[in-house]
Design a protein around this ligand. Structure first.
Ligand SMILES: [Zn+2]
Length: 284
């Protein structure tokens, strides 16, 4: 049996204006999907065999050590994006961070924040997800179906609010509550706002209250080694975030579930090599 590897689907050119300014996710080469079931980049990846483009082979393949499963290893890219988000916030030890949303990405972000030495509070509408957060060592949780996360956080910070708030839920509905939960001079990270649109924001929250509105998207090649270490050393049992597994022929079903997350759905994996029926697993 040959080496087992993880292939990044995006790798920047390293030379353009954006790469020189370390905003790799804005590089034109980076935006091309470098693993493809077709003959061109972005030809799709749901296939038993994919072509890995030359620039990915060169800088975007990571050997999987003995004893680490494909399912653990495939988190190298999502973990990288989360480390990048955490770095954007420049957390200081002792700060309080609220992570809104405890889907798989919210959970990884919360775990990484905790590892950075801050006090982490997580919130979610689904109590089942908070139970999972608990099982990952995230003990301070707010059931957002019953309590206001901002109010709870203010109660825990002498009325100030969180030093940083990470919004790990898509859409625009929680942007205002995220800003409100942040202390004056604090930071708000939009991590799941991938759809263009418009939103009403109190400009004085940014100017007078000096709250910084930040964003982070996709991965950074500069953080590749750190994310590989975190994943391959099993600093977090990431496999446990996988709730559903689908064979390739049920790919549409898998995508539908991913597009409409349920309280009990976390990471959803398509296994092109398997012929079995879809399987689910209880996480908590
Ligand atoms: Zn570039």
């Amino acid at each position: 049996m040959g080496d087992r590897v993880v292939a990044f689907h995006h790798i920047p050119c390293g030379e353009c204006y954006f790469c020189r300014h370390k905003t790799f996710a804005q590089c034109a080469t980076y935006k091309k999907v470098g693993c493809t079931a077709g003959f061109e980049p972005s030809g799709g990846g749901f296939a038993e065999y994919v072509r890995v483009m030359d620039w990915i082979v060169e800088k975007g393949t990571v050997r999987i050590p003995e004893g680490v499963s494909f399912e653990q290893a495939c988190f190298v890219e999502p973990v990288n994006t989360c480390i990048k988000g955490i770095e954007t916030l420049r957390l200081q030890a002792g700060e309080t961070v609220l992570v809104i949303g405890q889907g798989p990405i919210g959970l990884i972000l919360a775990t990484l924040a905790q590892r950075a030495g801050v006090r982490v509070i997580t919130s979610d509408l689904h109590p089942a997800r908070l139970t999972i957060a608990n099982s990952f060592g995230l003990k301070l949780t707010v059931d957002a179906s019953k309590a206001d996360a901002g109010q709870t956080v203010r109660g825990m910070t002498e009325g100030r609010g969180a030093d940083a708030v990470i919004l790990a839920v898509g859409g625009t509905g929680l942007i205002r509550p995220a800003i409100d939960a942040t202390r004056p001079g604090g930071r708000v990270l939009l991590f799941a706002q991938t759809v263009r649109g418009e939103v009403t924001i109190d400009p004085a929250a940014v100017c007078v209250d000096e709250k910084a509105l930040l964003g982070s998207y996709s991965a950074s090649v500069d953080l590749q080694e750190e994310s590989v270490r975190f994943v391959m050393n099993r600093e977090m049992d990431l496999e446990r975030l996988i709730s559903h597994r689908f064979p390739l022929q049920s790919g549409v079903e898998a995508l539908n579930l991913a597009a409409h997350p349920q309280p009990d759905s976390m990471k959803i994996v398509i296994q092109p090599g398997s012929a079995g029926a879809p399987s689910t697993r209880v996480l908590a």
